[in-house]
Design a protein around this ligand. Sequence first.
Ligand SMILES: Nc1ncnc2c1ncn2[C@@H]1O[C@H](COP(=O)(O)OP(=O)(O)O)[C@@H](O)[C@H]1O
Ligand SMILES: [Mg+2]
Length: 364
Amino acid sequence: MTSTAAEDVLRTLPFGVIVVDEHLQIIRVNAAAEQLLDRGAAYLVGRALSTLFSTDSPLLALISQALASGFSVAEHELWLSLPNGDEGSHAVTVTPAGDDDRQVVVSLHGQSVVRQIENRMVHRHAARSVTGLAALLAHEVKNPLSGIRGAAQLLEQALQQEDDRALTRMICEETDRICTLVDRMELFSDEDISREGVNIHVVLERIRRIAQAGFGRHVRFIETYDPSLPPVHGNFDQLVQVFLNIVKNACEAVPPDGGEIRLGTAYHHGVRLTLPGGTRRVQLPLVVSVADNGRGIPDEIAPHIFDPFITTGREGTGLGLAFAAKVVGDHGGMIEFDSNGDGTVFRVRLPVHSIAKAEEEDNR
Ligand SMILES: Nc1ncnc2c1ncn2[C@@H]1O[C@H](COP(=O)(O)OP(=O)(O)O)[C@@H](O)[C@H]1O
Ligand SMILES: [Mg+2]
C-alpha cells in the first residue's frame, strides 16, 4: 500500500487513532481522533498528548505501560474524560510501532453504542423471562386462588365459632392480597397496548411532583428540557411507570443531604441504530435522561440490572428496572445506563410519534 493510500485508510477509520512518540508527542491523528481531541491535526501534531489530558488520566498510564513494556496493551472499559467534553467508557488499545518501538499507536473506541446494544440484549432476555413469569403467575396462581377463596367462604358459613370465622376471613383477605399482587405482575404481560403521541415533559412533570410529595422529598430536581421536542410514540401510563421506577431508584441512591436528580430531554439528530436480531435501522432520536449524584450501581449487579429480582434494597423487589426494560423494549426503544462512584445516568431512547406512525402505515 502506498503511503497516501495508508493515510486515506487511517483518515476514514471510524474510531480514533493517535500515534505518539516516547515523549507522548503526537505524530499523527486521524479525523475521528481530531473530533475526540477537539482540535485539528495542524494544532495537534507536535504537541504532547499529556497536555490534553489530566495527569492522572488512565489513558496516559496505559500509554506509558505500553512504552515501558514494549508490548501491546488493551483495556475494554476505560473511563475517559476527553478534550471534547465527552466522558464515558472506551475500548483502548496501545500498540508499539515504528522503528525500535519508539512510537505507539493508540486506538480509541467509544463504547456507548456497543453498550447500548449489549444492554438492549440484556433487557430483551429480561423481558422474556418477566413476561413468562407474569403469564405463569396469572394462569397457575390466580385460578387456584379463586378456588381457595370460594372454599373458605363456604367454610365460613358452616362455622359456629367467631374465632374460627376469623381464620377463614384471613384466608379470604390473604388470597385477595395475592390476587392484587398478581394483577400488578400482569402489567408485564404482552397485551396489546395503545400508543399515541405523548408529551414526555408532562410525564416527567407528573413524576417530579409525585416524587417531591413523597419518596423524593429530600432531593433537588433540576430540569433541562428541550421544549421543541416532538411527541413520543408511546403509552402514557406505561411511560409514567417506567420513569417513576427509574426516578425512584435515583431517589433511593442519592445521599440524604445534597441529593440531586437531573431530568433531561434532548433530540439527537441522525441517530440510527440497528438492533440485534433486526436488519432495519431504527431512528431513536428522543433521549430522556435521569442523572443522579448517588452512590452508583454496584459492579456486581451492573451486568444484570435489567433482570427481574436483582436488587440491593432491603425492601426491593428487583422488578422496577425489569419492568422499565420490558416496556421500553415494547416501545421499540432502548434503555442504557452509565454509572460510577459519582452517580448514575439512565438514558431512554424512544421513537418519535410522527415517524413511527408513518412507518406503521408504510408496513401496511
Ligand atoms: N440510580 C441508581 N443508583 C444506584 N443503584 C441503582 C440505581 N438504579 C438502580 N440501582 C440498583 O439496581 C437495583 C435494581 O433496581 P430495581 O429493578 O428498581 O429494583 P429495586 O428498586 O426493587 O431494588 C437496585 O436495588 C439498586 O441496587
Ligand atoms: Mg426500584
